[in-house]
Ligand binder design. Sequence first.
Ligand SMILES: [Mn+2]
Length: 356
Amino acid sequence: MKRLRRLKKKLIDNETIPYLITSIPNIHYLTGFDGSYASMVITENSYYFISDGRYQEYARSILPRKVTFILQDNGLIPAVKEILAKDNAKELYLEEHSMPLSQYFQFKNSLKKFKLRGGGDIVNEQRMIKNEGELVLLRKAASITDGCFSHLLGIIKPGILEWDISVEIEHYYRTHGASSTSFESIVASGAGSSRPHYKTGDLKKLEPGDMVLIDMGCTYKGYNSDLTRTVFLHNITSEFRNIYNIVLRAQETAINSIRPGITTGSLDTKARDVIKNQGYGEFFSHSLGHGVGLEVHELPAVKPGGTMRLKKNIVITVEPGIYMPGKGGIRIEDMICTGSDGPEMMTGSSKDIIIL
Ligand SMILES: [Mn+2]
């Protein structure tokens, strides 16, 4: 209820009420509902939770008393219409990043009496700030991933498939308390590591001299983790030893600058400048990081030009990389909480150059 009350206060202050929530992770955050279909309408006087027959019994059993369950038997729009009519509303504010255009058009055609307006992404913004209970789950998700990385160091060797490693990651997670991976693990060996979103190969064998980039995360009680390390098989070239140290320095420079008040854009610049100054600027081709929580990618985006200012208790990744086309790439990623009095590393796997 605390989250719902805080949200309503914000909606009233912003004059963006009644407000329709269509994002499932947002509804999960606000009510604890972990089904796959629901919407909510927040009005000045009420909280409405709309779902279909599949979830009626479950939703009623978990919803706070002050939240009214509405069974939609004829689609979402008539249910919303009824609520708006009861509320004497003239307009409806929509969550901007969660409604598909097709659904927006349906709303526009069916709710002609009401003005539809963009209502920002207020729940996503509220979700950025984690409370202690959420931090406990994020720390646990991060530590399972650290455990997985140390486990992998014992099995990565020439001759095994990228696919074997990715299966091992999944197996480790599921046998260590996680419900699933947060995303499809990336295991990229050799030249494949130069593609930041490489698709793990089911036939690609690890070779001596390869570098192996592993980007992985797990979901623990709904909360996610995200970690990337790059290791080397048998040897490392002097070029990539140099690149590794630049990426590491870029990451550490950004991590040391994390504090409430800094914009995500200047945090990105801290890392990017280190890489640029070494002449590798054009090979760092993505943004520095992102928020992590109920979704593995959530606000804030830590990107060039980002204007959002960090606050206390926000969890972000810092993940610079240098990718040399046709040769290979290095990325180092950790999860960091801005903390209430100083930043806290949530992942803690070794960042020494590891040669297996
Ligand atoms: Mn990431």
